[in-house]
Design a protein around this ligand. Structure first.
Ligand code: GZL
Length: 345
């Protein structure tokens, strides 16, 4: 792929201090006009900064696609709005970047702008969530997680827990605090729980979106506690919402933990990036976390280098992910014939 001498102006990015993963910050970009020669210019449309997972993902991408590694990265934060991401992709096309990397907020609505990138001969790499387009040729490849597998690990752990504690399936009264509706992570994690509840005879009482944020998770949990007096399992589709939900549960005078037959409310979650959530998991306040690996930067760098060498990388590239619990009750979970060890957080 041609390398471009590109004049780029990059906007000042507010540094976002991260908790967890060694407290890195999203690198500040100074307002500058620079001529970048012999670098691979990449336009990265990130969907937002809604969670610790997202910010860790952004840092991973900036660290991998650095000038030292031969890249000129133009980073745009979509603030959770697809319209902003479409604008960013069109700007990248006008700038004639070498590659476009897109972390789409939700799956629908990408056909037109990805066709514009194809018509401009700019390869598109998807990271994290997917797009639902009529022609998969509109993007070169994707790297991310199997979200339904993440859910099967958590629901498999929950099944193992109830079996070992002799808890009848009909005594599980579950609410699902969902991620951003229409995002691949939400679709997979919601489907996994709904299937497990149906197969196991669990009482799945409500599904409400917390949009992957702590504040919305707190707000939704408080409302659910007012609406239901028998909740004993809260399935949170990411850690930030779990932290908000735990705060709401404790503010309502209830105890968070695994002893659901003695009145506890159990919380299970996804990501394993936020330090507070890992602490809660060590304490048993979060009973189980399915890891969702945010470190896509090195994988995207390798995919670009492969494309630069004229190779055709795998279309779909999955990251490896673990399962955490400190309760020691369930040692491993089997999903589709594969055994996953339950690890200490
Ligand atoms: C999952 C990612 C989700 C995380 C959330 O790959 O799309 O979005 O689970 C993040 O924390 O907001």
């Amino acid at each position: 792929m041609k390398k471009l001498a590109v004049i780029t102006a990059t906007l000042l990015l507010l540094p976002v201090l991260l908790t967890g993963c060694g407290s890195s910050v999203i690198k500040e970009e100074k307002e500058e006009e620079t001529v970048n020669e012999n670098l691979i210019t990449v336009g990265f449309s990130q969907l937002g900064a809604e969670s610790d997972w997202r910010n860790t993902n952004s840092v991973s991408m900036q660290d991998a696609l650095s000038r030292e590694n031969g890249f000129n990265l133009i980073y745009k934060n979509g603030q959770q709005k697809q319209a902003n991401q479409i604008t960013a992709v069109r700007m990248f096309i006008q700038q004639a970047v070498d590659y476009i990397v897109l972390a789409p907020a939700t799956e629908e609505g990408w056909d037109s702008v990805l066709a514009e990138a194809r018509d401009a001969n700019i390869p598109v790499i998807l990271v994290d969530r997917r797009v639902d387009v009529s022609d998969k040729g509109l993007y070169s490849c994707w790297v991310g997680s199997d979200f339904e597998l993440e859910s099967k690990k958590v629901t498999g752990w929950l099944k193992g827990f109830t079996d070992r504690r002799n808890i009848s399936p009909e005594n599980l009264h579950i609410v699902n605090i969902q991620g951003t509706i229409g995002s691949t992570a939400q679709i997979g994690r919601t489907r996994g729980l709904a299937n497990a509840a149906r197969e196991n005879g669990w009482d799945l009482m409500a599904e409400v979106s917390g949009d992957f944020t702590e504040n919305k998770g707190r707000e939704v949990m408080a409302a659910l506690l007012k609406g239901y007096d028998n909740i004993n399992v809260v399935y949170c589709e990411n850690d930030n919402m779990a932290i908000g939900a735990i705060d709401a549960i404790e503010s309502a005078g209830r105890h968070v933990g695994p002893n659901i037959l003695n009145g506890d409310i159990m919380v299970v979650s996804f990501d394993g990036v936020n330090e507070q959530s890992l602490e809660f998991c060590k304490e048993g306040k979060i009973s189980c976390i399915a890891e969702c690996n945010p470190l896509h930067g090195p994988r995207v760098k390798a995919l670009i280098e492969s494309l630069e060498n004229g190779e055709t990388p795998e279309k779909f590239n999955y990251v490896d992910e673990r399962l955490f619990s400190s309760l020691g009750i369930v040692r491993s979970v089997e999903v589709d014939g594969v055994s996953y060890t339950v690890e200490e957080p």
